[in-house]
Design a protein around this ligand. Structure first.
Ligand code: B12
Length: 310
């Protein structure tokens, strides 16, 4: 397997891929540590979100030599909640639905299509945006999200580590040179961010104030806003949807999942989850979407969407 095999494989599946030498991983890890040393990260955010990368630990590949970064277009998913007087269409932004299974399926496909063994290639747990920028796969928008030509920012990144040596034809790119040209003179995401997580003062997102983080946790960052400035059951789309580069690129897929009024009612008001049969059904529905988060988070976010919780 070489870089071209990988790119051809991706293209045949409607994806895009780029490669890096495995040494790029240590460089990226050091980059994060340097930023951390300079106080760029809120310590609790770092602990919860950035300290769990396994890099080359626990990999099925014993002598890793190359890295593969893949971008896969993903739609937003729409879920319907029936209320006594109307229906609420809540949105799950791209990447939330079946996040982990999607990456695992790509790994299976890569192995099957190219004829690789388990010990040849495995999933990579690492900062995928920074690596993908270094590999030349994406550019950074001012909103801190990765962009790919024609897809905007609506894709999932998946990383693989392999025993095959894979190096880009040209030297890996400097991260700071990987900004999107279209961001020159544009500050729409910065102005639109409801919590000021995108700032003039620095390029790096103030993740601890990002609404996405607030929607995914109970005890980190600010309280999510009420009413939510988006229609998302989890995550946020504001800084992506105001972006001119993303105009018309978000695809919305209906999941077909409908929560009848009885389940919506339980989600909103049965905080102890006492109505067992309803909660079994609610959990099964979230399960079909591959959403493994605590149901109390969805319940809290729903109450916020409806303005029921301060
Ligand atoms: C932690 C995390 C979060 C945190 C923090 C976000 C962040 N920006 O770090 C929170 C919970 C807030 C979050 C939110 C979201 N996330 Co998130 N998240 C991650 C995760 C796990 C790690 C990201 C990371 O490495 N952060 C650390 C920082 C330091 O790295 P970085 O963002 O690459 O920052 C570099 C640049 O700022 C650069 N830099 C510094 N100065 C300058 C100056 C210039 C000019 C330039 C060009 C660059 C530059 O240096 C930094 C370090 O290298 C990845 C999954 C993974 N395994 O990588 C997903 C991931 C980044 N998230 C993703 C998504 C989709 C989102 C959301 C859009 C979800 C949503 N709809 O709500 C939001 C977007 C919020 C935003 N505006 O960034 C996708 C992004 C796909 C894409 N198109 O790029 C990823 C890759 C998941 C995936 N597998 O696809 N996320």
């Amino acid at each position: 397997m070489n870089a071209q095999t990988v790119r051809d494989w991706a293209e045949a599946r409607g994806l895009r891929a780029a490669v890096l030498d495995v040494d790029a991983l240590a460089a990226v890890q050091n980059r994060l540590e340097t930023l951390r040393g300079a106080g760029a990260f809120n310590p609790r955010f770092f602990e919860s979100y950035l300290s769990g990368f396994r890099y080359l630990r626990d990999s099925a590949v014993s002598d890793p030599r190359g890295l593969i970064l893949v971008a896969a277009p993903r739609p937003a998913h729409v879920v319907v909640f029936r209320l006594p007087d109307r229906e609420l269409e809540a949105v799950l932004p791209p990447t939330y639905v079946k996040y982990r299974p999607f990456s695992e399926e790509l790994l299976d496909a890569l192995r099957a299509d190219i004829g690789l063994a388990t010990s040849d290639v495995d999933l990579l747990s690492a900062p995928l945006k920074t690596l993908s920028a270094a590999a030349g796969l994406i550019r950074f928008g001012r909103n801190n999200i990765g962009y790919a030509p024609g897809w905007g920012s609506y894709f999932q990144l998946v990383g693989f580590v392999t025993r095959f040596p894979l190096a880009p034809e040209t030297a890996p790119l400097g991260i700071e040179d990987r900004g999107l040209d279209a961001c020159e003179g544009c500050d729409r995401c910065l102005r639109a961010c409801p919590t000021g997580a995108i700032t003039e003062a620095r390029f790096l997102l103030r993740a601890e104030t990002c609404l996405t983080l607030a929607s995914e946790t109970y005890d980190l960052g600010p309280r999510p806003l009420r009413p939510a400035p988006h229609n998302c059951l989890m995550g946020c789309l504001v800084c992506q949807e105001v972006c001119p580069v993303n105009k018309g690129l978000l695809k919305r897929e209906r999941t077909g999942l409908v929560f009848p009024a009885s389940e919506t009612e339980a989600l909103l008001h049965d905080r102890e989850e006492k109505e067992e049969s309803l909660w079994t059904e609610i959990r099964a529905k979230f399960g079909t979407l591959g959403l493994t988060e605590d149901t109390r988070l969805f319940a809290r976010n729903m109450r916020l969407l409806l303005g029921l919780e301060a």
